[in-house]
Write a protein that binds this ligand. Sequence first.
Ligand code: 4AD
Ligand code: MG
Length: 464
Amino acid sequence: MSLPRSTVQSLLASQELDRDVLVKGWVRSRRGNKYVQFIIVNDGSTLHTIQAVANAELFPEESLKDVANGAAVAIWGRLVASQGKGQAVEIQAAEITVLGKADPETYPLQKKATSLEFLREIAHLRPRTNTFGAVLRIRHALAFAVHQYFNDHGFFYVHTPIITGSDAEGAGQMFRVTTLPPEHPPRTAAGAVDYSQDFFGKQTNLTVSGQLEGELAAMALGSIYTFGPTFRAENSNTARHLAEFWMIEPEVAFNELEENMDLAEDFLRYLVRYALERCADDLQFLNDQYDKDLLGRLRSVVENDFQRLTYTEAVEILKSAKQKFEFPVDWGTDLQSEHERYLVEKHFEKPVILTNYPKEIKAFYMKLDDDGRTVRAMDVLFPGIGEIIGGSQREEDYAKLTARMAEMHVPADELDWYLDTRRFGTAPHAGFGLGFERLVLFVTGMGNIRDVIPFPRYPKNAAF
Ligand code: 4AD
Ligand code: MG
């Protein structure tokens, strides 16, 4: 029989019954009696499974012994209206081939309850579970929606380098990229490692952000975005940090802080609405399984405006809050996650955009406010997450920018290429970075960022 393979998703949605079909997937379970066996198959196209019915006349029990949990199978048969409860259609099996066995003694995903912690140890197999299938399909939908949104709004996708020759952005500790032999690297006369003999003839690192290169592109193409992997070697062993994560960084020439906030808000609402519309089954599953407030929280983000206020106003609110914080707050200190979450979850009960932070706690490239104390920064804070977006209007004035760089010990000679945007045709511009995994974390309602990326990298873990 040379039928094309149908996905489980297409079969479950099919109105066309009583026809021959071929399905291929992995067995989720097999049960039944000596007259009939029910084989439940999932192929990843959807959260749902399809049931194949194998009658004993065609399939004596012995012939099905390898049709076990985890095995890959191909099943030919007739798609019919289901006689049983729980599914609309099923396959009356005519032929079953085991493509790949899975020994029930050693297959790690047996029915017994599997914790998320345990699944992290077998990250190579966890996509076969309902939970990770759902997370990965939602992750895909969100990535697709990112491109859809920007394409619809006239932005160009720019690919910024992953290996970078500058370590000046200061967004985090960097991972070094080198081909020098670690045991006996070449040395200069003074005894230091001689990077002029390294692959690129200089020290290179993995990027912490595509922003600076993104700014160059925005000052030519107008509206651009990047969407790529980002690396930070900070030792943050938290449920919201990864050493390798994906970041989306739009940058728009002629935008100022207000327009930057409008873009961030519209973009985030679009992404959440997209997931609600396109991933209804997977979201319902995660809502029922892990977090009964998930769908309500997503809808409230779509329906409510974000609260906008300055850092200074936020500090006042935090100082008069009844709640005891582990870290004290005072004007000039960086806000901790507990403070961000208090504002979002307790005080305003909706997403918050904080602006105009003290210049000392923000990056050198942010535009100085007229008061000389604060910069045109904006952080978007989300319930359950804290900071989901960090961004700013950029300092477009050459003199002010180089003065800030000198104050913050950012080496101007290494960033000469960046300063050219301010030398030639400079203009106001603004952008931000959305941590893609923080977005997926919010949309899926998962509790740990390590569970929303297929192969998480964090301190002491680069398995698989
Ligand atoms: O606030 P950050 O450091 O901003 C920048 O990198 C700017 N260059 C962005 C820009 O203006 N173009 O990072 C931006 C976002 C954070 O808000 C957070 O969502 C995410 O990136 N992020 C991380 N996500 C996971 N693991 C980490 N270690 C992260 N560090 C930042
Ligand atoms: Mg930040």
